[in-house]
Every structure is written in structure tokens, then in C-alpha cells.
Design a protein around this ligand. Structure first.
Ligand code: BF8
Ligand code: SF4
Length: 647
């Protein structure tokens, strides 16, 4: 393996230290594999490779502008794109389905250790979906809700009921463009059918279906996942914790959960302090166990229990390379198949727990949802048993970690803004109208070895809060901010512009709000819809000075998220381009024509400072249209160019 310059690959010091350790120990990581793969196929990059039938594969070039069946670049690029959106929608929505099935079991009294933890959240949903509560038990109401949500997956002819949670204008836009999604499963099946050889060849029709399918995610599967998680596990409210590899313990067994579905991690969080586990740990000569998370599972238990985050997507391998993890539990999405290979160099056990997600080299212990506590305790005991095998010679836990405050559900934000008895978004709307807050930016998505990890996210975040933009975060982008110290109220003092700082200090919130995992991007939609409902900032989502940015995205889920943001009226800036450059028509549709359909479109900005300018331009335009664009002259210190600038 080539000697690498770790500072060029990753932003944070903990990752740099551990990557240097990997290099010394000659362990391949995502970064070295990226180097090997670096000369990436242009046909794939441009989206013009078609493998959909076995007359092919076909590749579009100037000399061969059509595939064997006659499909041109527009059809092939649009078809590939729709399939990516379908996969992203399926991933989020299947997560939602598992939760609804659990809710049904709990309502039927067969919860397997889970409960209806947040009755208020259940009642809120019952009102939203017109479920009669009077004279009925809480379980009866929950069962009706579970059945209603299950029918959202199977509905053949009715549009999703969850669409009603959006402002009426958005609903009408979807209706008029014939992209109101029907049942989620139907949308996924139909899109796979449309993209089969010889079906839909009109790139516009295919792309409209991509937006339709994405709506089945954002306002459907993801929204359902969020509502049901809150009912089963509690609506998040602000909680203190810490983030980065430094949260791993040097003297206790480390058990790290990685993946997405919150059922098992929730039970692990509840079980680590169980007397039986404490006694077991003592008998093994340790004080207790240290539970931490990676990726979105981390975000789930951080938001609800304050369990620390060991890292984001590109730190999963590094966490193992610290040599300090006894058991790394994986389930679905974003778990790298390389983990067992890396773990072989240490004593770490990689345990897969979902029957639909196995990896050669991992130990598979299927999670028994009907006796979740037993499964959780077995895994914790496994970590305790494995602690004796830890080789101190191989352990190097970086010290870096940062304090975070997370748990900003929409209800929590309302409560923080207005107090318990006047919980409302009014103060936020007023702050935006008065210009103390310039607008809202949702910075979301993954990390990607194509750039220096976390750099784009961190530069963008700090530059936006300097310019009085309130930043909402989810997924690995939120973890990046946690590691950087941006998720604590002090960040407002240190970095925020005057107006945003005043609001943050008055309310007691950080300038960057951690709203959860990737399915929780539906919380960002909920927040913007709430701003519309509160009044004074336009009639629909596209009027609100708000923008979405996915700086370092890599996953198909991020594509679905981007599409449902745009279809909901929120402009989206990508730091990584889609694989659509092979079709000018598709590119024009995504970047321009969508504006006419949804009042929002996609933008690609390679450089974070250009993205900052684009965000400000989009927010200024929205403020201008609302008639609230007062020019405020301020001096700013530009972090990248190291000079003072006017904004
Ligand atoms: O759903 S942000 S790398 S962990 S895909 Fe994956 Fe991307 Fe992280 Fe969560 Ni979201
Ligand atoms: Fe080639 Fe058409 Fe088959 Fe695609 S569907 S592989 S373009 S023949």
C-alpha cells in the first residue's frame, strides 16, 4: 500500500490518527480502495451505461448514440436515475414498514418488550389521521394507526394519506403534475416495471416518476418511520452527549451499533444499565460496558438517549482499527462489506443481526424482535466476554471528541422557541422576517472519499451560520458538525452572525440543530411546513427562505431525499453531481425545468464557498419575493481565503 498523507483525506484529527495507524498496520480502508478504483468509468459517471436487458450491456458514445434496442442517452440516463430513486425510497420505506409492524404488535399486546412510549405523539398522529379516540383504549387507537400506515404501503388507487401533512399548494402541485404517489409498495413496483426493457422511454415521464416515487419516501415511508419511532421510542428532545472516536472506552468493553433500524439499538440503550448486565460485567472484572453508535443508528440513540456517537459513515472502518471494539453490531444500509476483513486484524467481532443483511466473515445472530431484551443482553454479554481478548498493543483510541447537543424534533424546537404553554414557531418566523435569521439551510447526507472527508460540510456550515443562516442537520452531516463542535450552544458565540447569535442565546439553542437520522429528513419537511403554517413567510414551502444541501452525499437514499426536497419546493445544492451528465435533456430537466414545475430545482456546486454564495442567492431571492430583504452590511472573516469580506 502506498504511503498516504492522512491530512489530505480527512478533516478531523481522530480520523487522521487512526488512518495513520491503518497505514502503519498495512490495513486496506475505503481510502486506499478509492485510490485503486480512482479511474472511474466515464460511462457510469455520465449515466449512459445500460445493463437493463441481456441484448446489452450498451454504452452510449457519439459514434453509437443508441443502444441495441434503440434507447438513446436520455432514456438510459433517466431510467438509471429513476432506479436509484427507487432504491433510496425502498430503503427508507422498508425501515418505516418494520416500525409499523412493530407498532401493530405492540398495539395487539405482543410488543416483545416495546411499549407505546409517547402517548402524546400517538394522540397527535391520531388527530392528524382522523382516528377516533373517544371511548377507546390507547392500544385500539394505536392499532388503527398501524393499520392505516400499513395501508399506505399497499394502497392501489388512493394517493397517500400522509400527503395531507404538506401545505395545500404543494398537494395541488403534485396533483396537477400527476405525481401524487399511491401506495409506497406500488410506487416501487411500478417504477421497476417502467424501467424494464421496452416500457417507458420518455425521459420526462421517467423523471416525473422519480419525483413521484421520492414523494412516497419523504412524505410517506420516511414520515411514517419518524412518526412511529416517536410513538414507540419517544419524541426526541435536547440531550447532551459527545461525538468522535474519542468516545470509545479504554477500560470498558465497547459495543458499537451501526446501521439504521432503531429497534435493536433502542433495546441495547435500555439494557446497558440493567442490573443483570452490571452484575455480569462485575463478574468479568469490568465496571460496565460502553455503548456507542455509528451512522444513523447512532443518530437515533443519540437523539433519544444521549448515547455517544463514535463516528459517521467513513469512520466505521476506523472505529475497528482503533483495536478497542469488542462487538460491532450491523443491520441495514451503509454497513461496509469490508468490516469482517478489517476486524480479522483485531479481536473485534462483527455481528450481523438482520436476516436480509448478511456479510461473509460476520457472525450472524438474528435479532429476535419478539424477545428484544434477550437479544440485546446476549450481545452485550458477548462484548463483555470478548474484552479479555483485547490486545493492548493494538489499541490506540484517539483522544478527540466534542460535546454535542442533539434531539431537535419539531416539537422540541417549538417548545424551545415558545415555552411549554405557547409552543410555536412564531419566534422563528419573526426572526426570519426581521432579518435576524436570514433563512434556513438543511445540510444533510453522507461523507464520500471523493473529497476530503467533512471539509465541505464544515466549511459550508460555519460560513452559513456566520451569515445568520440557521442550519438544520441530519445523518452523517450532523455527525460531522458534532465532531467539529458546532452542535453546542457555544458555537453560536464563537461563530454565528449577530442576529442568529441573539436568537440562539435568547432561546438557548445551538446555531446548528441536529434533527436526527436520514429518515428524519422528513422532520426538516415538517419544520418548513410548520413555518408556512405559522404565517408571514408565504403560502407554500417554496416561498420560505430555505434551501437543502447534500455536500458529500454518496447513497441512493440521498438521491431520493434530494428529489423529494425539490418536489416539495426546496432548492437543493449538491456537492457531488448526479450520474446524469450523459444527457443534456435530463440535466436541463433536473436543473431548470423542475423550477417551473415545483418552484425549486437542483444545483451543483463543487466548491463549498461557491455553495455558500448559491445558498445566499437563493435565500435572498426568496426574501426579495417576500419583501423582507433588508440589506445588512456586515464584515465577515472568510475562513478559507483568510480575509475580511462584506456580506
Ligand atoms: O442514512 S447519511 S452515509 S448513514 S445514507 Fe448512510 Fe449517508 Fe450516513 Fe444514514 Ni444517510
Ligand atoms: Fe441495451 Fe436497450 Fe437492453 Fe439497455 S435495454 S441493455 S440499451 S438493448
Amino acid at each position: 500500500m502506498q504511503k498516504i498523507k492522512v491530512e489530505d483525506l480527512v478533516w478531523d484529527v481522530a480520523s487522521q490518527e487512526t488512518l495513520a495507524k491503518a497505514d502503519r498496520e498495512c490495513i486496506d480502508t475505503v481510502f486506499s480502495r478509492y485510490e485503486t478504483q480512482k479511474n472511474q468509468c466515464k460511462f457510469g459517471t455520465n449515466g449512459v451505461c445500460c445493463r437493463i436487458c441481456h441484448m446489452g450491456p450498451c454504452r452510449i458514445t457519439p459514434k453509437s448514440p443508441r443502444g441495441i434496442c434503440g434507447a438513446d442517452a436520455d432514456t438510459i440516463v433517466a431510467r438509471n436515475f429513476l432506479r436509484e430513486v427507487v432504491a433510496g425510497t425502498a430503503a427508507h420505506s422498508d425501515h418505516g414498514r418494520h416500525l409499523v409492524l412493530r407498532l401493530k404488535k405492540v398495539a395487539e399486546g405482543k410488543g416483545g418488550g416495546y411499549q407505546l412510549k409517547d402517548e402524546k405523539a400517538l394522540r397527535k398522529a391520531a388527530i392528524e389521521f382522523k382516528i377516533i379516540e373517544e371511548g377507546r383504549t390507547i392500544n385500539e387507537v394505536a392499532l388503527d394507526l398501524a393499520n392505516l400506515f400499513l395501508s399506505e404501503f399497499t394502497s392501489q388507487e388512493e394517493p397517500l394519506k400522509t400527503l395531507k401533512l404538506a401545505p395545500v399548494i404543494q398537494q395541488n402541485i403534485w396533483k396537477n403534475n400527476h405525481i401524487e404517489p399511491l401506495g409506497i409498495d406500488r410506487m416501487v413496483v411500478e417504477a421497476m416495471h417502467r424501467t424494464h426493457m421496452g416500457v417507458d422511454h420518455d425521459y420526462r415521464n421517467l423523471l416525473l416518476d422519480a419525483f413521484r416515487t421520492s414523494l412516497a419516501d419523504g412524505w410517506g415511508g420516511s414520515r411514517i418511520a419518524m412518526i412511529v419511532s416517536d410513538i414507540l421510542f419517544g419524541t426526541p428532545s435536547p440531550v447532551r452527549s459527545a461525538a468522535n472516536l474519542g468516545v470509545l472506552s479504554a477500560d470498558r468493553p465497547n459495543i458499537v451499533v451501526h446501521g439504521h433500524e432503531p429497534e435493536l439499538s433502542e433495546m441495547l440503550a435500555l439494557s446497558v444499565n440493567d442490573p443483570e448486565i452490571k452484575a455480569y460485567a462485575r463478574s468479568a472484572g469490568v465496571e460496565g460496558v460502553n455503548l456507542a453508535g455509528i451512522c444513523c443508528t447512532a443518530n437515533e440513540i443519540l437523539m433519544r438517549h444521549g448515547i455517544p456517537v463514535a463516528g459517521s459513515f467513513l469512520q466505521q472502518e476506523l472505529a475497528v482499527i482503533t483495536g478497542a471494539i469488542e462487538v460491532l453490531i450491523v443491520d441495514v444500509q451503509c454497513c461496509m462489506p469490508s468490516l469482517p476483513d478489517i476486524a480479522r486484524n483485531y479481536h473485534t467481532e462483527i455481528v450481523s443481526t438482520s436476516d436480509m443483511a448478511k456479510t461473509i466473515g460476520a457472525i450472524h445472530l438474528a435479532f429476535d424482535e419478539n424477545d428484544a431484551s434477550k437479544s440485546a443482553k446476549e450481545l452485550i454479554k458477548r462484548a463483555i466476554d470478548n474484552f479479555k481478548n483485547r490486545d493492548p498493543q493494538k489499541v490506540a483510541i484517539p483522544s478527540a471528541q466534542n460535546k454535542v447537543i442533539a434531539g431537535f424534533s419539531v416539537d422540541a424546537i417549538k417548545y424551545m422557541l415558545g415555552g411549554r404553554f405557547r409552543a410555536s414557531f412564531r419566534p422563528l418566523n419573526d426572526a426570519i422576517i426581521s432579518g435576524r435569521i436570514h433563512g434556513i439551510a438543511g445540510i444533510v447526507g453522507c461523507t464520500n472519499p471523493k473529497g476530503r472527508v467533512d471539509e465541505y460540510i464544515n466549511i459550508l456550515t460555519i460560513e452559513l451560520i456566520k451569515r445568520n443562516v440557521l442550519v438544520l442537520k441530519t445523518g452523517c452531516a450532523a455527525v460531522a458538525s458534532g465532531k467539529e463542535g458546532m452542535l453546542k450552544p457555544e458555537a453560536a458565540l464563537e461563530h454565528a452572525g449577530k442576529g442568529l447569535r441573539e436568537v440562539c442565546e435568547a432561546v438557548g439553542i445551538p446555531p446548528v440543530l441536529h434533527m436526527g437520522s436520514c429518515v428524519d429528513n422528513s422532520r426538516i419537511l415538517e419544520a418548513v411546513a410548520e413555518v408556512v403554517k405559522e404565517g408571514g413567510l408565504g403560502e407554500d414551502i417554496s416561498h420560505v427562505p430555505a434551501v437543502g444541501i447534500a455536500p458529500e452525499w454518496m447513497s441512493e437514499k440521498a438521491i431520493a431525499i434530494g428529489c423529494y426536497f425539490v418536489a416539495s419546493g426546496i432548492d437543493v445544492i449538491l456537492g457531488q453531481p448526479f450520474h446524469i451528465d450523459g444527457s443534456e435533456n435530463v440535466t436541463r430537466f433536473m436543473n431548470e425545468e423542475t423550477k417551473k414545475l415545483f418552484n425549486a430545482s437542483f444545483h451543483y456546486e463543487k466548491d463549498p464557498m461557491q455553495a455558500v454564495e448559491k445558498v445566499m442567492q437563493i435565500l435572498n431571492e426568496a426574501r426579495g419575493k417576500l419583501g423582507i430583504n433588508k440589506k445588512i452590511e456586515r464584515k465577515l472573516y472568510d475562513m478559507k481565503d483568510r480575509r475580511e469580506i462584506n456580506v
